[in-house]
Design a protein around this ligand. Structure first.
Ligand code: 7TS
Length: 425
């Protein structure tokens, strides 16, 4: 069924989206992509920052607000019962998307930042002590640096960093040297947002487990772009953000193993996360409610469910394969056809994003000038200042792909960069 054919009474299902993958066809599902910017067709290449929304997500949320909206968990009335069912259905969809053994191990949060903070607080601050060590990597987003820094400062634990080589690949021999019986926790991203490096997370997890450490994988840049199976990985925690996977802002996921979620301290306290409250003592609800204090982002969670239906309808394998093809094409074109362009991040395993500098042009100027060609790319430090320092650049320009991007758009990026070169020289 096409989105256009969907009737008022249909809610989108993953079956609605099952079809052979064709970027030109899926593009039509994204209303925002159909516009011109500065008189040119929009070329949206900032998907690592946030992704556009398919009609099925927009329509699913509209319909929910128009017909079924009520609070969750609390009401005995029909709208509340429906909303609760839909909210919990979304949790089931996330569990099956990640192949989590139990949907109660899926916590809805605001996004990756909140998910990591939840673990840094509930696990880090609750259990770390002086002499303990937390390991992160040199290629993390600030969201997977600062919460650990603060948790270490608060507890007297020490933060260690896995270095990367000149391609932006983690140096695994150095990681092994950092691991010891003092290591309590390892937190690394699956894919670096600044370099595109895909980390060998299975190996990282296995080695951490061998010394008894728990492992958090920041999946903000992996969940939208490749199949993820938390049981196969064996990670203790996995996080991702809805808005980077075609869902609304304000919703994200923390997957955690039940025994850890049960023993961790609650992050935000208040309504709905309790079992009993007296002025003397409060006992807490079981996960996931224990970590979902207050009225949650109901429509956003339901929207996330639709987004996951949408991507699983296309197939994460198909998405990953196509985005690799785009990455290879774009890498070749940028390297061979744009004079003065240097790619920052050349690890052997990369996801679909390219950070680059262009001769003497400041990245901010590249971004601003290329916007006049209707092309949206991100420029700056990408919330990864230590990466910029490691590669000795103040900032980069970054083109990041989604399955709705095309080789023709890559050609437009190349042409746009030629114009930038003309203008700055
Ligand atoms: N971790 C990684 C690897 C990320 O790429 C991001 C966001 C986050 C954590 C934080 O996610 P949030 O949804 O809580 O903000 N990365 C980017 C980016 O590359 N450009 O804008 C946001």
């Amino acid at each position: 069924m096409t989105v256009e054919a969907m009737t008022e009474t249909d809610y989108p299902t993953s079956e609605s989206f099952s079809r052979a993958f064709d970027p030109e066809v899926v593009r039509r599902d994204f209303p925002v992509l159909q516009q011109q910017v500065h008189g040119k067709p929009l070329v949206y290449l900032d998907n690592a920052a946030t992704t556009q929304k398919p009609q099925a997500v927009i329509e699913g949320i509209r319909k929910f607000y128009a017909e079924d909206y009520g609070t969750v968990r609390r009401g005995v009335y029909e709208l509340s019962a429906r909303s609760t069912r839909m909210y919990e259905d979304a949790r089931e969809k996330v569990a099956s998307f990640l192949n989590a053994p139990n949907s109660q191990e899926v916590i809805f949060v605001r996004g990756t930042t909140e998910a990591i903070n939840l673990v840094a607080f509930g696990y880090g601050r609750a259990f770390l002590k002086p002499g303990d060590e937390v390991i992160i990597s040199a290629i993390e987003h600030h969201a997977n640096i600062v919460p650990w820094q603060l948790a270490c400062e608060a507890t007297g634990a020490t933060l260690k960093v896995i270095p990367c080589d000149d391609r932006g690949a983690l140096i695994m021999a150095e990681y092994e040297k950092l691991l010891s019986s003092n290591t309590q926790l390892v937190a690394v991203n699956h894919v670096s947002n600044a370099l595109g490096t895909v980390n060998p997370v299975k190996e990282i997890i296995d080695k951490a487990h061998a010394v008894g450490a728990v492992v958090l994988i920041d999946g903000a840049q992996s969940a939208p772009h490749m199949p993820v199976d938390v049981q196969a990985l064996g990670c203790d925690f996995y996080t991702f953000s809805g808005h980077k996977i075609y869902a609304p802002t304000g919703i994200g996921v923390l997957y955690g193993k039940m025994d850890l979620l049960e023993k961790m301290a609650p992050f935000q306290s208040g309504g709905e996360m309790i079992e009993t409250v007296t002025f003397e003592k409060t006992t807490f609800a079981k996960p996931p409610n224990k970590y979902e204090g207050g009225t949650p982002a109901i429509a956003q969670a339901i929207g996330l469910g639709y987004a996951l239906d949408y991507v699983t309808g296309i197939g994460l394998d198909a998405i990953a394969a196509y985005e690799q093809e785009l990455l290879e094409y774009a890498t070749q074109r940028l390297l061979h056809d744009v004079p003065g362009l240097t790619i920052i991040g050349t690890a052997p395993e990369k996801a679909g994003l390219i950070s680059f500098t262009l001769a003497d042009a400041h990245p901010l100027d590249i971004g601003t000038l290329i916007d006049h060609e209707g092309i949206a790319i991100r420029t700056g430090h990408h919330c990864a200042q230590p990466v910029m320092k490691r590669f000795n650049v103040p900032a980069t320009a970054r083109a990041s792909f989604a399955f709705y991007n095309t080789k023709e758009e890559v050609d437009k990026l190349v042409a746009g960069l030629h114009k930038v070169i003309e203008m700055v020289s």
